[in-house]
Design a protein around this ligand. Structure first.
Ligand code: BGC
Length: 446
């Protein structure tokens, strides 16, 4: 079988500001909700914080040299809102903006396309103090921030991504309380959903109106939802899971409506039931591409313990170090699902990767054969999707570097490059060398 990817296929790698930058204090930067959350005892494994992370803020030139060595065509990073605005609302912080100008200049110099995510979860704390995403004003301030960055980096950024995984930061942060800001309230979550989507659409609108260069889209965390049995309750549970985690974001963006199943929930109906059609029009402003982050599928069953009437079922079989099921077929299935339900929009896998118990050998190598096997099997499914006519344009491995893995701190390593957190030494893993060859040859051996 031919394993060649299209000539213009974009191989990349992804990171996020809070997870790698460090330099959390000083430089005119405001604290973010993740600074507050990680400094609150009990929230993050081993009490880890993002204070230093990978020290990328001071080492970005070295990191770009590593990217060049890897051969990636594009690099997906995120911009720290608390770093680039002095008050999070209107006033720019020139020192913060300078960092992203230097970063993008260095990328371009090395022939790597900058792909910038505006929001990868590090909300300025002062906005959380005023209600966070449940407050509509936050969406207005987000548009100011977006417009500032569009203007300052105009012509440098190849693609803009408004938000990374709204479902995850909204539900893990505001309903399950395991991520910042650590709330557990369904009404707050419902408010956040609409305000975040409105912020997304409004940013797209201003991007178009002001004629900025480049493309714009959004990244969603998507996965197939499958019933644990053919019992009608479990089948319904799978539809509800799909509605909460996939369609709650896809439907408004592509169709300007919210899924009916969600509207049947009283809290969501209270918030979403009285919306004016103008806002839905803004939310469904046309995007140029959709970013998909895929890690695992979800098999669910009916359960009254779950806040929306379902819960996930643990599957037997191969798992990553996180305990996540390894299920490459799910990548194919979700790509097909998008094409069938939302049309043939250009798609990018903006994240896919895995954490394993990487062992640094005495000669300072990491033989991460499991990660190579994981990636290879997912690449295979991506290629199959392209061969079946799905409009997949690129693939970003998560992550370039080991980094701050949210509530898991530094205990989970996703990188192609190992970080020694005592010295900040960067050590390319075997998966880095394997991926380099894939990119060079635009194909892989099975
Ligand atoms: C997020 C990343 C995260 C990765 C692995 C995604 O949900 O966008 O920031 O590190 O998954 O958990």
């Amino acid at each position: 079988m031919n394993h060649n990817f299209p000539d213009d296929f974009i191989w990349g790698a992804a990171t996020a500001s809070f997870q790698i930058e460090g330099a959390a204090y000083g430089f005119g930067k405001l604290p973010s909700i993740w600074d507050t959350f990680s400094h609150t005892p009990g929230n993050v494994a081993n009490g880890d914080t993002g204070d230093f992370a990978c020290d990328h803020y001071n080492r970005f030139v070295q990191d770009i040299a590593i990217m060049k060595e890897l051969g990636i065509k594009a690099y997906r990073f995120s911009i720290s809102w608390p770093r680039v605005m002095k008050d999070a609302k209107n006033t720019p912080n020139p020192q913060g903006i300078e960092f992203y100008k230097n970063l993008t200049d260095e990328l371009i110099k090395n022939d790597i396309k900058p792909v910038a995510t505006l929001y990868h979860w590090d909300l300025p704390q002062i906005l959380q103090d005023e209600g966070g995403w449940a407050n509509k004003k936050t969406a207005e301030y987000f548009v100011n921030f977006a417009d500032l960055m569009f203007r300052e980096l105009d012509g440098r950024v190849y693609q803009w991504i408004t938000f990374n995984e709204p479902s995850v930061f909204i539900f893990l942060g505001n309903l399950d309380g395991v991520h910042a800001p650590g709330m557990k309230d369904i009404w707050t979550s419902a408010k956040c959903v609409h305000n975040v989507l409105w912020a997304h659409g409004s940013a797209v609108k201003i991007f178009r109106e002001k004629g900025y260069k480049g493309q714009i889209g959004i990244t969603l965390n998507l996965a197939p939802y499958e019933p644990a049995s053919s019992e009608i309750n479990d089948v319904m549970a799978a539809s509800t899971g799909d509605a909460q985690w996939n369609r709650l974001f896809l439907d408004p963006i592509f169709k300007g409506t919210y899924p009916e199943i969600i509207m049947n929930n009283p809290e969501f109906r209270k918030v979403l039931g009285t919306l004016d059609s103008h806002e839905m029009e803004v939310i469904s402003e046309k995007i140029d591409f959709l970013g998909i982050n895929y890690y695992f599928r979800n098999v669910v069953k009916y359960s009254q313990k779950g806040k929306l009437g379902f819960e996930s079922v643990k599957m037997d079989g191969e798992k990553t170090y996180f305990g996540w099921e390894v299920y490459p077929q799910g990548l194919y299935d979700i790509l097909r699902y998008i094409k069938e339900n939302y049309g043939n929009i250009p798609l990018y896998i903006t994240e896919n990767g895995a954490t394993y118990d990487d062992i640094l050998t005495s000669d300072r190598k990491i033989h991460d054969v499991q990660r190579i096997s994981y990636l290879k099997r997912h690449f295979e499914k991506a290629l199959r999707a392209i061969q079946d006519g799905i409009n997949l344009k690129g693939y970003y491995v998560w992550s370039l570097l080991d980094n701050f893995e949210w509530a898991e701190g530094y205990s989970k390593r996703f990188g192609l490059v190992y970080i020694d957190y005592n010295t900040f030494e960067r050590i390319p893993k075997d998966s880095f060398l394997w991926y380099k060859k894939v990119i060079e040859e635009n194909t892989f051996e099975v």
